[in-house]
Design a protein around this ligand. Structure first.
Ligand code: ADP
Ligand code: MG
Length: 322
């Protein structure tokens, strides 16, 4: 199968032909032609996944594709942008039709779920690697940046933290839980949910935002650095899932929540003046988020448990880490 046949079968045909927002010209010409309304700005983010580095070489192609697009869309959510289009640069060692079919199925299932259209790409031969570039729109001047946090702002996170790291441990066989928790954690790893709806709820209320890919402590650290402030995190308030609590090791669960990574939840800051509105969204069930700390003057992220410093880089024995 040649390059063009491959593109036609797995990437052009696989996508339901529909008049996607702003796509004047999609796959098939030298470049895509895309239209953005005049009051909107383009948010662009790109990520490369290398086989054997970012995912195991034997990983299920459908899972790889799902995770790749979801993780990219999480970056758009963190900017308060809504997904529109994406491109795919695929490097393949060989034409493996089974792999391509699975990859394509996972990719377009996620694309359809989140309303993002494939508008072009590149296909080359070499060691397996996947580059996705996502593009989204955000109303001019309304993007959620990392540098907007103020002193006294509340720090919130969406849903639960720590599931991503526990999910990775489950996937790698370092952790076993009874159903349904085991399945829940694996799903949390392979199908992270970009918090796009949550981002739209908080866009006019939050002062800064980031998505949590490397653990709350590290990613909140980026908000601190960009905003020239420090953060205090109340460890007892971290939202932990029933699956994580089922481990019976609250210390490990908290460490995963703070520094485990792979959660793709949003961390955002809200000025006191907007907290009543955020509280209302939470009370109405329209936003699942928890206050976990405050922005203060200074440098870095300080984690506190019952008022005492909670050291993160202690190298003690942890039950579930290999
Ligand atoms: P060019 O030589 O002009 O770069 P290509 O032969 O690389 O064009 O690609 C032909 C068309 O197919 C282009 O519209 C390109 O965007 C699209 N395309 C190539 N690879 C992919 C892919 N993996 N997924 C989606 N579209 C692709
Ligand atoms: Mg090309």
């Amino acid at each position: 199968m040649g390059e063009f046949e491959l593109i036609r079968r797995f990437f052009r045909q696989a996508q339901a032909e529909h008049s996607a927002t702003g796509v004047l010209l999609g796959i098939g010409d030298d470049a895509a032609l895309l239209d953005l309304p005049a009051d909107q700005q383009l948010a662009v983010s790109v990520d490369t996944l290398v086989s054997g580095v970012h995912f195991p070489a034997k990983a299920n192609a459908e899972d790889v594709a799902q995770r790749a697009l979801r993780v990219n869309l999480s970056d758009l959510a963190a900017m308060g942008a809504e997904p529109l289009w994406f491109t795919l640069a695929l490097t393949l060692p060989e034409v493996d039709e089974d792999w391509l079919r699975d990859f394509s199925r996972g990719l377009f299932a996620a694309a359809q779920q989140y309303g993002c259209t494939l508008v072009g790409g590149d296909t080359t031969t070499g060691p397996l690697s996947i580059t996705l570039q996502v593009m989204g729109s955000v109303t001019r001047g309304q993007a959620l940046r990392r540098d907007g946090a103020g002193v006294g702002d509340y720090i919130l996170v969406t849903h639960y933290l720590g599931d991503g790291a526990a999910g990775l441990a489950a996937v790698e066989g370092r952790l076993s839980l009874a159903p349904p928790h085991d399945d829940y954690l694996r799903q949390r790893f392979y199908r992270p949910e970009p918090r796009l709806a949550e981002a739209q709820h908080i866009r006019a209320l939050a002062s800064a935002a980031i998505d949590i890919s490397d653990g709350l402590a590290a990613d909140l650290g980026h908000i601190c650095a960009a905003s020239d402030l420090a953060a205090q995190v109340y460890v007892e308030d971290l939202p932990l899932s029933p699956a994580l609590l089922e481990l019976g090791d609250i210390d490990q669960a908290r460490r995963w929540a703070l520094s485990g990574g792979d959660d793709y939840e949003l961390c955002f800051t809200v000025p006191e003046s907007h907290m009543a509105e955020v509280g209302l969204l939470i009370a109405r069930g329209e936003l699942r988020a928890t206050v976990v700390g405050h922005m203060v003057t200074g440098v870095g992220v300080q984690c506190l448990l019952q008022g005492e410093t909670f050291e993160l880089d202690q190298t003690g024995y942890h039950h579930f880490q290999s």
